[in-house]
Design a protein around this ligand. Sequence first.
Ligand code: HEM
Length: 221
Amino acid sequence: MYQPCVPASVQYCLSASYGNEELQNPRMFSIKSLTKPVVFILCLLPLIAGIYSIATNSLVANPVEDLLHLTGEWGLKFLLITLCVTPLQLTFKWLWIAKLRRMLGLYAFFYALLHLIIWVVLEQELDLSAAINEIIEKKYITIGIIALLAMLPLAVTSNRWAIRKLGKKWKPLHRMIYPIAVLVIVHFLWQVRAKDILEPAMHLGFLLVLLIWRFKKIVAG
Ligand code: HEM
C-alpha cells in the first residue's frame, strides 16, 4: 500500500496521477478497489468487439483496414478520455477518477502501438524498407510516427518510480499529451476524404473544448 512519505512537490505529481483522496486516506484503495479492474476490462471491449465483428462478418471487404481504423480511433479516443480526467475531477469533485488517469493513458498508447503493429505486419507485410518509404513519402504517416514516438516517454514515465525520480519535471513532460492529441487529429484529418471530414472534425472540436478549459485554468492561476 502506498505511504505518503515523499516531498511535497513529488506528492503533487503523485496526486495528479493517483488522486489526493488515496494519498490522504489509504483505506480508499479498498473501498474503490473494484473501479480499476472494471475500467480495465471496459477499455479492452472495443478491441474484443472489433475483432469479433471482423472475424464473424464475412462481408468485410478489407479486415486490415478495419483493424487499422479501430485501433487508430480508439488510440485517439483514449487520449481524449485521458484529457477529460482533470476537468471531471475538478468540476464534479470526482477525486477517485484521478487514479484511472494512468491506465487510460496507457490504453491510448496500447491502441496506438497495436495500430502501428497492424500497419507494419499486415499492411506492409513486414517489408521494413517499404514501410520506411511510406513513412517518408506520406506526410500523414510521418505525423503518426512522430505522435507515437512522443507518446513513448509518457508511457514509460507513468509509474510511481518515474514520478518520484522526475520530480517537478514530470508534470510539464506529461502536458505533452495536448500537442500529441493535436498531431493525431492532424494525422486523422490529413487522410480522410472531404465527405468523411465530420468524424475528425468532431474529435478536433472536443479537443478544442479541453484546450480552452485548460487555458482558462492557467489564466485563473
Ligand atoms: C505509428 C505510426 C502510425 C502509422 C503508421 C499510422 C497509419 C495509419 C493508417 C495507414 C491509417 C489508415 C488510413 C486509411 O484509411 O487509408 C491510419 C488511420 C488512423 N490513425 Fe494512424 N498511424 C500511426 C499513428 C497513429 C497514432 C499514434 C494514432 C492515435 C493515437 C493514430 C490514429 C489514427 C486514426 C484516428 C485514424 C483514422 C481511423 C479512421 O479512418 O477511422 N495513428 N493510421
